[in-house]
Design a protein around this ligand. Structure first.
Ligand SMILES: Cc1cc2nc3c(=O)[nH]c(=O)nc-3n(C[C@H](O)[C@H](O)[C@H](O)COP(=O)(O)O)c2cc1C
Length: 355
């Protein structure tokens, strides 16, 4: 079906509007993973090997997770688990339901294997998310919730918006990711500044029930700003960082690249790895980093891990390569580990820093 996907589904999706294709792919996965037979088929076709690790005081069957934004409403959680992801991040969710930016707002560049999106946190709001999670069977792999700020909430009241979502939803998830790094909500990234970030973290911690709280960081900050976000978050007891969100930088001026929004996929890969390395060096490898940005092969994943990431996530490569990318990355990582003569993933984390 990896081949089937390449031959049939991908070319079909390429003809469709990006957001429609995304919605249909999710509906398809939900339908297939709804039945026992469908789940069995997905497992046979896509499940990668076990590549166990421990992080954030949780057990992971493999280090590859689904990045935020793919399953904003937590509609396909068992589908992602069946496909073989080691964990998933649902959302972004905001306190208030919102429609997001006008369409079209998601664009593909096949040439760059990149996406540009300016979705603007379209989501059904924290109340509906909490209701959905309360009724759903929790997946058997760690579940993180990505939390953003509603557009109608002022920057001064941002902490209350984040806190409300966490208050309603924390019970149903294993960890919280504070997203102050999306480029698509006006001035959201200003909240990465020390006092604002501190206020948000402290308000979220009141309701997080001792579940790990992480901060997701933008790749467009300079080194000083990145260190400052890290110091603030770590100083307040955050469990780690997700590096990185999408970038407003562009690789060139081709037509798709002129669209405003956040760029993800291959052109983000090196910058994201640089940010991971900077954080790992700054924290002496003692603070968990979830590495995300432009991973499309096992080698990309390996690069992120040896530069300091304990876990990794993908979004764009799933769009371009289909579900077979999960197995290719996890099995490839396992091989890479053995080729390096290592017994466990933990030994590979930050290896390039120690050489
Ligand atoms: C359409 C789209 C929507 C996204 N929505 C969110 C979001 O709600 N919250 C968030 O923190 N990141 C969001 N992201 C960013 C991804 O989680 C990830 O950080 C980024 O795409 C880089 O990974 P990739 O290169 O593997 O795609 C979104 C990305 C895309 C393409």
């Amino acid at each position: 079906m990896g081949l089937g996907y390449s031959l049939l589904v991908r070319p079909m999706l390429a003809l469709m509007d990006s957001e429609k294709a995304h919605t249909r792919a999710l509906l398809g996965l939900r339908a297939v993973s709804f039945t026992v037979f469908g789940r069995m088929l997905l497992r046979v076709l896509y499940r990668p090997r076990q590549l166990e690790s421990k992080c954030l005081e949780m057990d992971f069957r493999n280090p590859l997770g689904l990045a935020a934004g793919m399953d904003k409403k937590a509609e396909v959680m068992h589908g992602w688990e069946t496909l073989g992801f080691g964990f998933m991040e649902i959302g972004g969710v905001t306190e208030h339901e919102q429609v997001g930016n006008p369409k079209p707002r998601m664009f593909r560049s096949a040439k760059h294997e990149a996406l540009i999106n300016r979705m603007g946190f379209n989501n059904s709001g924290s109340e509906k998310m909490a209701l959905r999670l309360s009724k759903a069977k929790k997946p058997g792999v760690p579940l993180f919730l990505n939390v953003g700020k509603s557009k109608i909430t002022s920057l001064e009241d941002a902490h209350l918006d984040y806190a409300k979502t966490v208050e309603l939803c924390a019970n149903y998830v294993d960890g919280i990711v504070i997203n102050v790094s999306s480029p698509n909500t006006p001035n959201l990234r200003d909240l990465q500044k020390d006092e604002d970030l501190a206020r948000i973290i402290e308000s979220v911690q009141v309701h997080s029930g001792n579940k790990p709280v992480l901060v997701k960081i933008a790749p467009d900050l300079d080194d000083m700003q990145i260190k400052s976000v890290v110091d603030t978050a770590r100083g307040l007891g955050c469990a780690g960082v997700v590096a990185t969100n999408t970038t407003v930088e562009r690789p060139d001026e081709s037509s798709v690249m002129l669209e405003t929004g956040g760029l993800s996929g291959k052109p983000l890969r090196n910058r994201s790895t640089q940010v991971i390395r900077l954080i790992a060096d700054h924290t002496n490898g003692e603070w968990p980093i979830i590495g995300v940005g432009g991973i499309s092969t096992a080698e990309d994943a390996w690069e992120k891990i040896i530069n300091g990431a304990s876990l990794i996530q993908i979004y764009s490569s799933l769009v371009f390569q289909g579900a077979s990318v999960i197995k290719a990355i996890v099995n490839g990582l396992d091989k890479r580990l053995k080729a390096a003569g290592l017994d466990s993933l933990e030994q590979a984390i930050g290896l390039a820093r120690r050489e």
